[in-house]
Write a new protein. Structure first.
Length: 164
């Protein structure tokens, strides 16, 4: 259902794929956190992964939406659009990450049940944020470069030449 909504939102199959590829990046952090702290994968960990998925997908959506805005409305070149989006969305993404980690950290010191949730969300979002800020733009560039350059070239060719 989420992928279907993203396909409708972005009018593309590739961009939702890039967004959903951020989920395995988050899972790397979850596995690392559980292994480092010697915690089992339990129900609370699963709940943490579900909430983590929403946050990570949201971060990727925010980043890709800004790239699309830069390309479609501000008429930036692809590379410039990606760089500007990363710079403009760095602070909101980091603030989401930091506040989430601060919010779940106290759970790590409570009941055993909540430790898995805390570790899943904390380690998962820390890992995913770093990788999202670097990997998502690379994947976006790799998957969309030909289509966007072709569209920009067509737009440039359609503009009338004004002789002064």
């Amino acid at each position: 259902l989420i992928i279907f909504i993203l396909v409708l939102q972005f009018d593309s199959f590739k961009q939702p794929l890039v967004i959903m590829l951020s989920l395995p990046l988050a899972m790397i952090g979850v596995v690392v956190g559980l292994l480092l702290l010697g915690l089992p994968f339990g129900f609370a960990t699963f709940l943490g992964i579900v909430s983590l998925a929403g946050i990570v997908v949201n971060d990727a959506i925010v980043l890709i939406d800004r790239i699309n805005t830069n390309i479609n409305k501000r008429h930036m070149r692809l590379e410039v659009a990606i760089a500007e989006a990363g710079q403009a969305r760095l602070q909101p993404i980091l603030l989401t990450t930091i506040t989430t980690i601060i919010g779940v950290t106290p759970l790590a010191f409570t009941d055993e049940f909540w430790r898995g949730l805390s570790v899943a969300v904390g380690f998962g979002i820390a890992f995913a944020t770093i990788l999202t800020l670097f990997v998502i733009p690379i994947w976006y560039y790799w998957l969309e470069r030909k289509r966007i350059r072709k569209a920009q070239a067509e737009l440039k060719n359609r503009q009338p030449n004004i002789i002064t």
